[in-house]
Design a protein around this ligand. Structure first.
Ligand SMILES: Nc1ncnc2c1ncn2[C@@H]1O[C@H](COP(=O)(O)OP(=O)(O)OP(=O)(O)O)[C@@H](O)[C@H]1O
Ligand SMILES: [Mg+2]
Length: 320
């Protein structure tokens, strides 16, 4: 079995569980999310004004004059006869929090796999900060600024929390082989810098106290947070989160929402997230794209998406 097949099998199993877990929640969540959510009111978050640059995309007004961090044009991939993603046109503004939603099996994770070059597209173009990523591999797009977390947590669970973050940092800072072998001052300097930077990043989630703990021993919610910290350590321009709230309780989800906004504000990066929790999606996403059977069936603001009859029929209202 190849790594991708293994991943895919694990994801399918997870998806089957997720389906049961999400049943009946969409409608109630969507209703609660109409207008400003309770969470928005509590935290004083304001709705973003979205504008359309000279094409049919929608980005936050503050990003309208900047090169979008991500643009997909006519992106598609076939698995045998299955068009898992078809003609996807997508734009994410430089500091936007964007959502990718849709029923189980709609093609959402496949989009992330295309963006991170786990799969090469059958058709179409991906521009990262204006640069065509054709021909790049996973390591290159990571260096160019895309970081992701996975639907099923992937940490080095026998390593410490701090070492997991340092692995992300090593992606960014190269330390010459000879200075490493001879422990030259540059090596120590970067080790010290790494330690300091790892703690700073862990602090975003108030996790600096757990730096010495073994990653696999952390509670589930903390492991999901650590994955985000590790992704942040690669210094991304675009952070992809695949179901970050999966398995979290409502209090943890609420904290996660605040933290995603905080990360965007502090690091001035864009976030594209896949999520089934509609409170989270409607509460913090500025632009939303809805996929169904690999195709975009709607794009718009949270209000527009909730009022779109096709989305309600295909997704939001389907569990009645
Ligand atoms: N490597 C692969 N080989 C063959 N088919 C695949 C592969 N990866 C995904 N698919 C198929 O592509 C479609 C989209 O799958 P994907 O995992 O992207 O869905 P998803 O929207 O992320 O769903 P979920 O919400 O359940 O995570 C599904 O029909 C899936 O069976
Ligand atoms: Mg998925």
């Amino acid at each position: 079995m190849t790594r991708d097949e293994g991943t895919y099998k694990a994801q399918s199993q997870h998806a089957a569980k997720a389906e049961t877990r999400h049943e009946g929640t969409y409608k109630a969540q969507a209703a609660r999310a109409a207008g400003n959510t309770a969470s928005e009111e509590k935290h004083g978050r304001q709705r973003t004004k979205m504008v359309a640059p000279p094409n049919d995309y929608l980005v936050p007004e503050r990003d309208a004059l900047l090169t979008p961090v991500l643009e997909c044009r006519h992106l598609g991939i076939d698995f045998g006869g299955l068009k898992a993603v078809e003609d996807l046109n997508l734009m994410v503004g430089k500091t936007e929090i964007a959502g990718l939603i849709g029923p189980n099996g709609a093609g959402k994770t496949t989009v992330f796999n295309l963006l991170t070059k786990v799969y090469q597209p059958t058709r179409g173009t991906i521009l990262l900060d204006g640069q065509d990523t054709a021909g790049m591999d996973t390591a290159r797009v990571s260096r160019e600024g895309i970081a992701r977390t996975f639907q099923n947590i992937r940490l080095f669970d026998t390593l410490t929390v701090e070492d997991n973050v340092k692995i992300g940092l090593h992606n960014q800072v190269e330390c010459g082989m000879w200075s490493g072998i001879f422990r030259a001052p540059r090596y120590w300097l970067s080790e010290q810098e790494f330690h300091k930077r790892a703690l700073e990043l862990l602090d975003v989630f108030n996790m600096a106290d757990s730096a010495g703990d073994i990653a696999g021993s952390l509670p589930y919610g903390a492991q999901r947070r650590l994955e985000i910290v590790r992704a942040l350590a690669t210094n991304p321009k675009l952070l992809l989160l695949d179901e970050p709230a999966a398995g979290m309780n409502p209090v943890e989800t609420e904290e996660l929402m605040d933290n995603i906004v905080k990360i965007r504000d502090q690091f001035q990066i864009a976030v594209l997230l896949i999520e089934h929790d509609m409170d989270l999606v409607m509460g913090i996403c500025e632009g939303i794209v809805v996929l169904n059977f690999g195709k975009v069936i709607a794009k718009g603001t949270p209000e527009e998406i909730q009022a779109n009859p096709q989305v309600v029929e295909a997704y939001l209202g389907k569990q009645e």
